[in-house]
Design a protein. Structure first.
Length: 554
């Protein structure tokens, strides 16, 4: 079969290239086989991606066994959990587009015939998907897998518990020794954060959209089964190359609708809104935030999982895996079973192999949903004309009406919460943390965790032009657009202004006369960019609105 890689490896004029490749062990026979790039996001700075180097060796075995030649290369990964609450967190969302760019560049340079993208931490998953959709050569995504729950006595823990323990400690609810014990036991080994936070949300998305083989993502990273799954992915990519089955053949509009439904049904992260919009752009699929809202409203919440639920990501695996969720969606008519997957089978064909654990309580039956509608809600109004997003899993109240407490950066809000200066009924507003203003839309699990840990979760709302971790729970609204840096209404909110949020009408309004808002905006002065050189400066110049995915190719 004709191979893209032959442009690099075959013919008289390619003798210098072959000579260099032979220097590192490749043979003439190797170079005549399909060349499969393994895009590895392994890094030694976090548990999320820590085992990917070892798993890549298994992928290579599968590729060789199926008649291909693997070539591994690395890209970067930024840990949200490690950098949260610091200037370092600004690098996280920026890294998504850099990951996509670096995989795209490497693949275009070496003209791989297929790609296996190995991912784990939050931004590596959509970044890899964006690259595969741009390149549109046969490719698949292999998720490294979740971390196991930590244990402290009879209590099971995730990183969410550590963030909330910080707030509890600041409020005097737990001692320093208790905080340290939670810190020491929450993360027991390799794997991505252990609830339906952003990593596991996007892993669910990749199986539902069809670009990750089903039955691969749910298996925890330290589980021995992960090695077998990795070898299988190495074999599957050769099948995709042989059939010339490309990412855009799989990720069409209906596949994106399936993916959105999987986020809604599983109580997934608000970050999925940004990432699905960005992926759709690279796939050439028309998608907007109103579509996401509509699909979430027609999809039931079925998975009882953290941050708002009871169970951990590993419990989804024990229940039968992500394919059980997908089967529910297909059986209920919420997902299209005829959608193609990277294995060459449809979703409907793949779910024939589902083995649901009898009596499991993690993934609810269709006739017993947790809620009739999904977890993602888009709000619009005078405070967010382009929209904003809230995850409503675990939220009992339907509205918030209260005075604004305004902060121009995350650190100031965190200090106010931990020093007891935020009161019941307040609406905490954190601005200049958007894509350009931050830059990079920092996640604010530190602040939201502190609010919950201080016992204010039932009475305080928070809104920001930044974003939240998938581990965030409570009345927290992110992605407010236009952002403050671009002169959105959030830029001129003042302390004491009344804000009304209505989850039944899907509105978010600043209760200040329009003429007053206009007068404030007329006097508003755009702040200078926080970075004048380097990658952040480039990002500020290129990045678009959160309402369109915060991409850098506008």
């Amino acid at each position: 079969m004709p191979l893209r890689s032959y442009t690099i490896t075959q013919g008289r004029d390619r003798a210098p290239a072959r000579s260099m490749l032979k220097a590192i062990g490749f043979t003439d026979a190797d170079l005549k086989k399909p060349i499969i790039g393994i895009a590895n996001t392994w890094i030694e700075t976090m548990p999320c991606n820590y085992n990917l180097r070892a798993l890549a060796a298994q992928v290579k075995e599968g590729i060789r066994a199926a008649g291909g030649t693997p070539m591994e290369f690395n890209t970067i990964a930024i840990s949200d959990g490690v950098t949260m609450g610091t200037e370092g967190m600004k690098a996280s969302l920026v890294s998504r587009d850099l990951i996509a760019d670096s995989i795209e560049l490497t693949a275009r340079g070496y003209m791989f015939d297929g790609i296996v993208a190995m991912v784990a931490c939050d931004k590596t998953i959509p970044g890899a998907a964006m690259a595969l959709l741009r390149l549109n050569v046969p490719g698949l995504i292999l998720y490294g897998g979740s971390i196991l729950p930590g244990k402290l006595g009879d209590r099971e823990l995730s990183i969410q518990d550590v963030f909330e323990a910080v707030g509890a400690n600041a409020a005097g609810k737990i001692s320093d020794a208790e905080l340290l014990a939670i810190e020491d036991h929450a993360c027991p080994g390799a794997g991505a954060c252990g609830g339906q936070f952003t990593a596991n949300t996007m892993a669910t998305v990749m199986e539902a959209i069809g670009i990750a083989p089903m039955f691969t993502a749910s298996i925890p990273q330290v589980d021995p089964r992960k090695a077998d799954i990795s070898r299988r992915c190495g074999e599957l990519i050769l099948n995709a190359v042989q059939k010339d089955l490309k990412p855009r053949d799989i990720c069409n509009r209906r596949a994106f609708e399936n993916a959105i439904a999987s986020v809604a049904a599983s109580g997934g992260s608000t970050n999925a809104v940004l990432h699905l919009l960005a992926m759709a752009k690279d796939a050439g699929v028309e998608l907007n935030i109103d579509d996401i809202h509509a699909i979430s409203q027609r999809t039931p919440l079925l998975v009882d999982i953290k941050p708002a639920g009871k169970y951990f990501a590993v419990d989804v695996d024990k229940a039968g895996g992500i394919p059980v969720i997908i089967k529910r969606l297909v059986d209920g008519g919420y997902a299209e079973g005829g959608s193609m997957t990277v294995t060459g089978k449809t979703l409907a064909e793949e779910i024939l192999d589902v083995k649901e654990t009898p009596g499991q309580e993690v993934i609810h039956q269709l006739d017993n949903p947790i809620k009739l509608t999904g977890g993602l809600v888009i709000l619009k109004g005078t405070l967010a004309p382009e929209g904003c997003v809230i995850k409503v899993t675990g939220i009992a109240r339907k509205s918030q009406h209260g005075p604004a407490r305004v902060f121009d950066r995350e650190e100031d809000a965190m200090l106010a919460v931990t020093s007891g200066k935020v009161q019941a009924g307040d609406v905490v507003v954190i601005r200049y943390e958007g894509p350009k203003g931050g830059p990079g839309m920092r996640e604010m699990l530190g602040v939201t965790g502190a609010i919950m840990g201080a016992g204010l979760g039932d009475s305080v709302a928070m809104l920001t032009d930044g974003r939240f971790s998938g581990a965030t729970r409570g009345f927290m609204i992110g992605h407010v657009a236009p952002e403050a840096f671009d002169g959105g209404p959030i830029a001129v909110v003042e302390d004491g202004d009344m804000i009304h949020i209505d989850l039944e009408k899907f509105t978010i309004d600043l209760e200040v006369p329009a003429e007053v808002v206009a007068a404030r905006l007329a006097k508003w002065v755009k702040p200078a960019p926080k970075y004048k050189t380097g990658v952040f400066s480039k990002y500020i110049k290129l990045v678009g609105s959160a309402s369109e995915g915060a991409t850098t190719d506008n």
